[in-house]
Design a protein around this ligand. Structure first.
Ligand code: ADP
Ligand code: GLC
Length: 480
């Protein structure tokens, strides 16, 4: 099966979150299963710099407000064929891939990701300049949402899958964008790309795609209801027959405590001694008191309302007097960054904050912490709770989305000791989170119980194989 996988970020070339991890691992897993998957993404400077070589494969003339562009063909580090859109005027700029250095969305994001969507539609359609025609086009998040709309109005009939990684980001732009992006004017209606008078990229994708997926079964149900539907619950529940939740896997070779070059010492379920060495190194690097026995909580996250960092900051004073230590790594909201920093300043030796994006430190936190905090208000899938189970660092998570689908709560009655892998709380309030933390702390102090919880998590299979097979089934049903 030939699949064109369209995405705005791919690890390790460029990453702001889990979408990049999925865009690297899922195509690679499908290729290992024998499918011909190729990735299409924008030519940001860090992508072009990272490619060892590439050739010009096609040229796309300007249309309406979309500038001309070239297609470079190359290959990802793990052997997956890669197409990169070269359009310097849209993609060659320093700063973030979605925002400028000050955290403000690039003003021309509609054109930037309109071009990504348009090129994908051309490659998927009958008028492609390339002699490789996909059986399915797989789009991811709002940045690729216009692809199914363009394809609907062009010859070809190639089916499209639209995957929602996060419904909170929709790509909504002023109505005049419709003609700027060369969309047919008849698409601008409620049964089309229009969303309360504006153009919505994500809604377009959800409306025109042949099948919709999202990244966990629980989130697939949650987005059909008001609380987490972000205004699209009507459309999504109307399409529930074509909506599937598939839990993400993780790259279990990159996230493997037995073979992780970013750790000071590797370890595995039968030989856990190395974990203590990583705890010590984490405490040393973060300027925390070097105490092997004090419970150490870790958090790695985008600092946004979604991730619930504010709730952690609220309970932090009680947490350190438990006693416990806390390490926070993340970036995002300026006020949250400041609050997290101030908290660390107020509790030297007990709380440490690193503002920034640091892949290596994130591995050390997974390995060195005793427990991992993930109090997300909503979480389509979430990857860190899976990484932490693999690293013998039981996660403490809110009962939502993929967190609920991937963590087994240690029941207060202790009946499920042979399956439990972490701790789940029901409401994103400081009270509930702290009660859960206390539950985790009392388990932590029961050494045999804790060892069992760690081992349960470390033995779980979070590989991509199973999920990739589910995607393959959807592709083949559509490609018939
Ligand atoms: P989301 O995509 O919503 O941010 P996920 O849990 O799916 O959440 O994925 C986040 C990914 O980004 C994980 O691989 C996580 O380790 C990584 N990550 C997030 N923030 C940082 C950071 N500050 N430094 C290093 N890695 C980070
Ligand atoms: C999004 C979600 C996250 C998910 C990731 C990859 O960023 O917020 O929960 O794991 O996409 O699908």
């Amino acid at each position: 099966m030939r699949v064109l996988f369209v995405t705005s970020e791919v690890a390790p070339l460029v990453k702001t979150g889990g979408l990049a991890d999925v865009s690297a691992a899922l195509p690679a897993a499908l290729r290992r299963m024998g499918e011909d998957v190729r990735v299409l993404m924008p030519g940001y400077p860090q992508v072009l710099r990272a490619l060892e070589s590439f050739r010009v494969a096609a040229f796309f003339p300007a249309v309406a407000g979309l500038p001309e562009a070239r297609l470079f063909a190359s290959i990802l580090p793990d052997g997956v064929p890669l197409w990169v859109i070269d359009c310097p005027q849209l993609f060659q700029r320093e700063g973030g891939i979605y925002q400028d250095g000050k955290g403000i969305d690039w003003l021309d994001n509609a054109v930037r990701f309109g071009l990504l969507s348009k090129v994908a539609a051309i490659l998927g359609g009958a008028e492609s300049p390339i002699d490789w025609r996909p059986d399915v086009v797989h789009c991811n998040d709002w940045q690729t949402g216009l692809t199914p709309a363009y394809m609907h109005f062009a010859p070809g009939g190639t089916p499209c899958v639209m995957t929602v990684h996060n419904l909170a980001f929709q790509g909504v732009f002023a109505p005049q964008t419709v003609s700027e992006l060369a969309l047919p004017i008849e698409s601008f209606q409620p049964h089309g790309v229009e969303y309360f008078g504006n153009l919505s990229f994500l809604k377009a994708g959800l409306y025109y795609a042949d099948h919709i997926t999202t990244v966990s079964p629980t989130y697939a149900a949650e987005i059909q209801a008001d609380a987490l539907g972000f205004g699209l619950q009507g459309l999504l529940s109307g399409r529930r027959e074509q909506l599937t939740g598939i839990l993400n896997g993780i790259d279990d070779s990159e996230w493997d405590p037995a073979n992780d070059p970013m750790l000071v010492k590797t370890y595995h379920a039968k030989k856990m001694a190395g974990k203590a060495a990583n705890k010590k190194e984490l405490q040393r690097r973060m300027g925390l008191a070097l105490d092997p026995d004090i419970p150490l909580f870790g958090l790695v996250s985008r600092f946004t309302h979604q991730k619930g960092l504010d709730i952690v900051l609220e309970i932090a004073p009680k947490l350190v007097s438990a006693p416990a230590q806390l390490v926070l790594l993340g970036s995002g909201d300026a006020v949250m960054q400041q609050d997290a920093q101030q908290l660390a300043d107020a509790y030297p030796g007990q709380i440490a904050t690193v503002v920034g994006f640091d892949e290596k430190l994130s591995h050390l936190i997974e390995a060195g912490a005793d427990m991992f905090l993930m109090p997300s208000r909503f979480e389509p899938c979430g990857l860190n709770q899976m990484y932490s189970q693999r690293y013998g660092t039981p996660p403490i998570v809110h009962a939502t989305g993929g967190l609920l689908d991937s963590v087994v709560d240690y029941s207060p009655t202790g009946q499920n000791r042979s399956e439990a892998t972490g701790f789940i709380f029901q409401h994103t309030t400081p009270l509930d989170l702290f009660a859960c933390v206390q539950r985790a702390l009392s388990a932590y102090h029961d050494k045999p119980l804790w060892a069992a919880l760690q081992a349960n998590g470390m033995h779980k299979d979070f590989s991509w194989q199973k999920s990739a097979e589910q995607y393959r089934e959807i592709y083949s049903a559509l490609a018939k």
